[in-house]
Write a protein that binds this ligand. Sequence first.
Ligand SMILES: *Cc1c(COP(=O)(O)O)cnc(C)c1O
Length: 492
Amino acid sequence: MIAKVRQHLSQNEALLFERSSPGKTGYQLPDLDVPDVDAAEALGAENVRAEIEGFPEVSEVEAIRHFTRISTWNYAIDHGMYPLGSCTMKYNPRINELVARIEGLAWAHPYQPESLAQGCMEVMVRLEAALAEITGMDAVTLQPCAGAQGELTGILLIRALLEKRGNPRKKILIPDSAHGTNPATATVAGYAIQNVKSSEAGVLDVSALEKIVDQDVAALMVTNPNTLGVFEENIIHVAEILHAKGAMLYMDGANMNALVGIARPGDFGVDVLHLNLHKTFSTPHGGGGPGAGPVAVKKALEPFLPIPRIRQAGKRLAYDYKRKHSIGRVRAFYGNFGVLVRALAYILAHGGPGLRNATVDAVMNAVYIRKGLEAYYDLPYPAPNMHEVVFSDDRQKKHGVSTGDLAKRLIDYGFHPYTVSFPLIVHGALMIEPTETESKLELDQFIEAMISIAKEVEADPQMVKGAPYGTRTSRVDEVTAARKPVLRWKPA
Ligand SMILES: *Cc1c(COP(=O)(O)O)cnc(C)c1O
C-alpha cells in the first residue's frame, strides 16, 4: 500500500537529534601509541568543553545524507528562476567560484604579513578601482559586509564631514518608496527622519523637496532606480537643491543592476553610495551568508573612510592605519575577502561591454515581463520601469485573493515567489525582478504561470487561497511562528 510507504527520501526527514543513539560516532581513531594525558590537566580546565547535553551522535553517512536531503528542499538560483524583487537573485557564474578557490586566495590569513599578502592586497586595490570607475566616484572602501552596513558607513562619513565643517545637522530625508534599511540606518547614525512623498509618477517630487531642504538637513537617501524600478529622472536637479543648502546626496546602490555600464551615479551628483556585491556583482546570497556592501565616495569624503586603507609604498602595497580623520573600523580586518574575490572575477570575466550587456538584458527581461502581464495584473505606477516591475493585487483582491496567496500558488508552478507586499507605497505589491540570468524560454514559462494563476483566481479563488499543494508543508502559522518561535531542540 503506497500510503504506508515511508517517503524517507525527501518528505519525512527526522531531526538529526532524533536519529541519534548514544555512542554512535562518525570517526574511528587508532589506539593511542603515546601516554594518556588528562586534557583538563594539560590544557587547563577552562579550555576544555564540558559534555553538551543531547548532542546528536550519528555515523558519517547519516550526517551526510541528512544534510544532503535537506539541501534538496531549498529552492536555489541553480534550480530555476528566482524573481525576488529588490534582491537581484542572479546566477553566480562558476568562474567566480573557481577563482575564489585558488589556494593563495582561499587560504590567505588576515594576519599574514604584508609582504606575503601582496596578491590579496592587489585584488582589493583592483576591485576598488573597478568599482570607482563603474560608479564614477573617487574612492571606495570594501570593508562593510552588507548593504545595510554600507549605508551606516556612508551616513557616518557624511556626519563626519559635516561635523568637521562645523555642524553635523539633524535630519535625513527619505522617500516613501525607500527600503526599510534606509530609515533604520539614519536612526542608528543619530539622525531624525523626514519622509518625502513620491509624485503620482512614482518619483521624487522636486517642488516638494525644494520646500523642505534647509540647514537642518544632512542628506537625502535615495534609491535609483527607486524600488518601483523607475529611474529618478530629476536626480541632477535633486542634487543641486541639496548641494545649494550644504546637504549631501546619498544613493542606495542596491539597484545598480539597472545602471552598470550605462549611467554613473558620480556623474549625476551623488556624493556617497553603497553597492551590494551580493546582488549586482553576482556573489552568492540568500542564505544570510556573507555579502559585501562597499561604499564609494567623492573626494571630499575620502579622508573619513574606514581604516586601514591600502596605499602604494614604493613597489609594494601597504596598509595605512594613520589617518587622522577616519571614522575608524567598521569591520574586523578588510571585509569579506572571499566575496570581494568573486566580485572582481565577475567584473573581469565580463569586461566593460559584458557588464553593459548584462544591464541591458536585465532591463529588457523586466520590461518583457511587464508587457506579458499588464493585461492581467494592475500596474499602479505606469512610468517606464527598468530592471524590475511592481504590480498590485487590486484585481485579484476583488475575489479575496492577495499577493501572498498568488505568491504561494506560484510555488506550485515551480518558481520561487516574487517579493510580496514591498515597496509599501504599492498596496498589495507583487515586485518582480528577473535579472539578466533568465532566457526568453524561462521568462515565457513564468509569464504563462502568472497568467494561469490570474485565470484560476477568476474561476476558483478558494483553491488559490489554499496553495501551495505540491510542497512538503503548505501554509504554516506565521503569527505563532513569529510570536512563539521554537529555536532550540530540547532532549525529550
Ligand atoms: C537589499 C537592499 C538593501 C539592504 O542590503 P543588505 O545587503 O541586505 O543589507 C538596501 N536597500 C535596498 C534597495 C535593497 O534592495
